[in-house]
Design a protein around this ligand. Structure first.
Ligand SMILES: [Zn+2]
Length: 567
């Protein structure tokens, strides 16, 4: 049908999109500017779902005495943000104390901070701290090893301090003894035990999985950890809601630390303010069979609830600053010269087996892959599983759709760029820090050289292939604010996303696809969950700098207000 433009407009104005027979709404949002609906200014919500989108007059018919009418005064309504990778559980946790060091200090300079941690610590349990940089405490200007420094302040209580990236731990001798680590201990899969170059003695820094193992011990020894975790989770969820986030892809669920039980309690108590895809951690040094047995017990197929458990979190490699990200060409310089290409948490062949076994249980995977080597190996493993599954599924009627995401994706070899689209693998990026927006990766040059450093974080290369691309915060590594991520992805110019709509998609519907819930949430459509965020201004009409500063006024999950700026 070809109507003249003016008539088309009139048709739109009087139409509503509702195809369901219902005559009343629980909530009516009126006088709204609605993302994607230029002709509409009202949204009707019933039973947590979007009942209708249209103009206020047409939707007035849904109003009854019980309908809550919210006049938005032309504020901007868009789908709730989906943060595909957020450590909401850990980021605000103070389990083990609130010991925080200086991010830039040399080992000796940390002494006042370590002393402050000691004053607040319970001397009868492990002390868990946070926040130092491996570059600073291992810098050549240090006169003592990190171990010598920490042992002076903590001679008889076990201490583990997590580096700002979470990829290394600073531990004292008591902690090393409790974990049974000596200078002769074999290194665990995915981990490195650092030693002083001249003496060959332990220097108190454990990289990646070597540190994770000690942290696990520390965490599980804490009394009161359930209550502290619960409290931390509530703070984290409130922070997410205040930033318009209605769905969270969990950064990782350390299920051997009792975290799953904390989440389930929050669900039972009605305390969840976001839909959450929990991602149980694959432990690299534990046997596969018992892990699979456990994963079977927590797997969910029902996607209507707020907690979903159908993706695992798996690390292919570590990170560049540790020398543990896996590369195709050797590092220029590294903390671990015996591993010039970095290391794997889960080696390529094991990953194939893991993904195949997980697929039979209905689990997909969110895979940490940073180096070009890890990215290639992960894509190979996914390709292997997809091919095998396709063969098997031709005999099966109903196949579960397997959704794979590579997260971080910092350095991709040009040959692997088209494979994301070809294999239907989501690429998840974090851009919520200034240095990423400004493409200031000078820190990596020392490890990778100039060419590889310049090639890092190229969102556009992947975007242009048509692959599904999501943005996330990795909070608290980067800002939790999706508007900062959206603005930064545009600030990146030719390596960023092409326009604000692509950036919004990356923080909404594309992330929903990565989680397999794009039919439930991720866009404003009739029949979908009323997961939405209300902002002071229409961000599609703002400059990049204004986008990041836009206020979030209200967040709704399933039609319920979970954040209101006036509260
Ligand atoms: Zn993370």
């Amino acid at each position: 049908m070809h109507l003249p433009t003016s008539l088309k407009l009139m048709a739109c104005l009087t139409m509503s999109l509702n195809t369901f027979a219902s005559d009343h709404a629980d909530t009516l949002l009126t006088n709204a500017t609605i993302y994607g609906y230029e002709q509409a200014d009202a949204i009707a919500i019933l039973d947590g779902k979007i009942l209708d989108i249209g103009d206020s007059e047409a939707l007035a018919g849904y109003r009854t005495a019980n309908t809550e009418v919210i006049d938005l005064e032309y504020a901007f309504v868009m789908p709730g943000f989906i943060d595909n990778h957020n450590h909401v559980f850990e980021a605000a946790s103070e389990a083990g104390g609130n010991c925080e060091l200086d991010m830039d200090a040399l080992a000796d300079e940390q002494i006042p901070y370590l002393k402050a941690c000691r004053r607040h610590a319970n001397p009868d349990e492990w002390l868990i701290g946070y926040g130092f940089s491996i570059d600073a405490v291992l810098h050549e200007d240090n006169r003592h090893t990190p171990l010598e420094v920490i042992d002076r302040i903590f001679p008889d209580q076990p201490v583990v301090i997590m580096e700002q990236t979470s990829h290394s731990m600073w531990v004292n001798s008591v902690a090393l003894a409790e974990a049974g680590i000596t200078s002769r201990t074999p290194e665990p899969q995915g981990g490195k035990i650092l030693k002083d170059e001249t003496t060959g003695e332990l220097n108190g820094i454990l990289l990646d999985n070597a540190g994770d193992i000690v942290m696990e011990m520390a965490w599980n020894s804490l009394k009161n950890q359930f209550d502290q975790s619960y409290k931390g989770l509530m703070i984290g969820l409130a922070e997410a809601a205040a930033h318009g986030i209605t769905t969270i892809g969990d950064g990782r669920l350390y299920w051997k630390r009792g975290w799953y039980e904390v989440w389930k309690e929050a669900e039972k108590a009605g305390d969840l303010t976001a839909r959450v895809s929990l991602r149980p951690w694959i432990y690299p040094t534990d046997a596969m069979a018992p892990q699979l047995d456990y994963l079977k017990t927590i797997h969910t197929t029902d996607r209507s609830g707020l907690l979903l458990t159908n993706q695992v979190k798996m690390y292919s490699d570590g990170i560049f600053v540790n020398g543990t990200a896996k590369t195709l060409d050797p590092y220029h310089d590294t903390h671990i010269p015996d591993e010039p290409f970095g290391i794997n948490y889960i080696p390529p062949n094991q990953m194939k087996t893991w993904l195949s076994e997980l697929a039979t249980l209905g689990y997909s995977a969110h895979i940490h892959a940073i180096g070009d080597g890890a990215i290639r190996e992960s894509l190979n493993a996914i390709e292997h599983v997809k091919r095998t599954q396709e063969k098997q599924q031709s005999t099966k009627q109903q196949a579960t759709k397997l959704l794979y995401t590579l997260t971080h994706v910092e350095l991709v070899n040009p040959k692997d760029v088209p494979r994301f689209a070809e294999l239907d693998v989501t690429a998840d990026f974090q851009v919520g820090s200034d240095y990423v927006a400004e493409h200031d990766h000078g820190w990596a040059e020392f490890f990778l050289g100039k060419m590889r450093t310049l090639a890092m974080m190229n969102l556009r290369a992947i975007y242009d292939t048509g692959a599904n691309l999501s943005l996330s915060s990795d909070w608290n590594v980067h800002s939790i604010n999706p508007l900062v991520g959206i603005a930064n992805s545009l600030k990146m110019a030719k390596t960023g996303l092409p326009n604000v709509h692509a950036a919004i998609d990356a923080y909404t519907i594309n992330a929903a696809k990565s989680l397999g819930i794009e039919d439930i949430t991720g866009s404003l459509d009739v029949g979908k969950s009323a997961d939405l965020v209300i902002l002071e201004k229409d961000i599609t009409q703002l400059s990049i700098n204004q986008i990041a500063k836009t206020e979030i006024w209200m967040t709704m999950l399933q039609g319920k207000i979970v954040f209101d700026i006036d509260d």
